[in-house]
Design a protein around this ligand. Structure first.
Ligand code: FAD
Length: 384
């Protein structure tokens, strides 16, 4: 990331940090942080320059995500989820309607939420119960019972998965771009959870009507495999890496403070810190490498449909979502009671609670089940 982008990201992260504890305590949307992110024009970084964006890479946007997440996990996660929706708009929506939506997203710094999870199908992204019901005049209606939609109330757009039509099978899905002006939300479940409390992700019945132009032209299966699944895993892993950075930073500050208090003696946590830094470095290298390699693949590259690529992206998610818990837990051993307390600058409370959300954002068991099936047909072998 260049110095100019870093300073914009740091400015937004400083605002996120100032409100992070309150956002977590009250389980409220990080509105100050999102205002700062919009002010720094960080929401549409991936949109091409000719459409009003900056044509930034996954690697660069991943690093912005890390900085935001280190300051406030919920802000980082909102940003990460939004960026993945922008990616779908940039990489898989080659129609005049969506070209206009891209320009609008950049110009107005629109915030995009997503409703994939559905009552009755759990976290299976590749299956929908609800269906698009279109008429011959090019209008459609859609109703989805979604148990979790992050920041829906504060979004400008919600993208929704649904069956292509009422006769389509559960896996014959499309993605629908739902401008909030055309959406009605009826809240069904509250959001009172352990971590990522500021993502504000209650359940809703979502109802929308619009013209069929708002349906993405490519099947959702292709968008998911080639863009939105790897993108989710790269951007989510960037959030967890940011949180890990913050936890190790607290452990380091604790050890350095102990060293200052007892000059000439090695604090007991110092060797553990040195060891933890190796894990953090491996984590960072893995996430950055995945983003850089993905950046090198065009949206139509056949490699995106390969088994080793799918295994690598599944593996990135499982690795990152378990390593974050390992890192924060080991930081706790270094900081001891100071990290366990809620009232010290070394407190790891929020970081640990956020870390535990990682494994269930698309359950790791579900992902490993998918990878197990892929291994049965994995002819190329090796690592991606
Ligand atoms: C902070 C946060 C924000 C979120 N935001 C959104 C959002 O904006 N939009 C959205 O649509 N969703 C969102 N989600 C939902 C998320 O993406 C998952 O879909 C959801 O958490 C999965 O719910 P589940 O655990 O009930 O379902 P499941 O994934 O169905 O898991 C339920 C249980 O079934 C088991 N299981 C399921 N399948 C398999 C399998 N194949 N093999 C083995 N075991 C299996 C799991 O081990 C688990 O115990 C969010 C979740 C979190 C935590």
């Amino acid at each position: 990331m260049d110095a100019e982008l870093r300073s914009r990201a740091e400015a937004a992260a400083a605002v996120a940090r100032a409100h992070a504890d309150e956002v977590d305590r009250d389980s409220r949307f990080p509105r100050e942080a999102l205002e700062a992110i919009k002010e720094q024009r960080l929401l549409a970084l991936m949109v091409a320059t000719e459409d009003g964006g900056e044509g930034r890479s996954y690697r660069e946007i991943g690093e912005v995500t890390e900085l935001l997440a280190a300051a406030c996990g919920s802000t980082g996660m909102v940003y990460a989820m939004h960026q993945n929706q922008i990616a779908g708009l940039v990489r898989h929506a080659d129609t005049p309607y969506f070209a206009q939506r891209r320009r609008e997203a950049a110009d107005k710094q629109l915030l995009i939420a997503s409703a994939t999870t559905e009552i009755g199908i759990g976290g299976d992204l590749r299956s929908s119960t609800c269906a698009v019901e279109a008429d011959d005049a090019g209008h459609f209606a859609l109703e989805k019972n979604a148990p979790v939609i992050s920041y829906a109330d504060d979004s400008d757009v919600i993208v929704v998965t649904a069956r292509r039509n009422p006769d389509a099978g559960p896996a014959d899905q499309v993605l629908v771009y739902c401008d909030r002006a055309h959406v009605q939300l009826e809240k069904t479940f509250p959001w009172n959870v352990m971590g990522f409390r500021g993502t504000c992700s209650p359940g809703y019945i979502l109802r929308t009507e619009n013209t069929t132009e708002a349906i993405f032209p490519e099947p959702f299966a292709d968008m998911l495999a080639r863009c939105m699944l790897p993108g989710a895993h790269i951007f989510w892993a960037s959030v967890w890496l940011g949180i890990a950075n913050e936890a190790v930073g607290k452990a380091r500050a604790f050890v350095q403070n102990a060293a200052r208090k007892n000059p000439g003696s090695m604090p007991p946590g110092a060797p553990r810190l040195a060891e933890l830094q190796i894990t953090l470095q491996t984590f960072a290298s893995t996430v950055h490498h995945a983003a850089e390699r993905f950046d090198r693949l065009a949206p139509s590259d056949p490699e995106l449909d390969s088994v080793p690529f799918a295994l690598a992206m599944n593996g990135l998610k499982v690795y990152a979502s378990t390593t974050i818990v390992d890192i924060v837990s080991r930081a706790m051993l270094i900081t001891g009671i100071a990290g366990y307390r809620l009232d010290t600058p070394y407190s790891l409370d929020r970081l640990l609670r956020d870390a535990f959300g990682a494994a269930i954002m698309v359950n790791n068991d579900r992902i490993l089940g998918n990878s197990a099936s892929l291994e049965l047909i994995n002819r190329r072998g090796g690592a991606w």
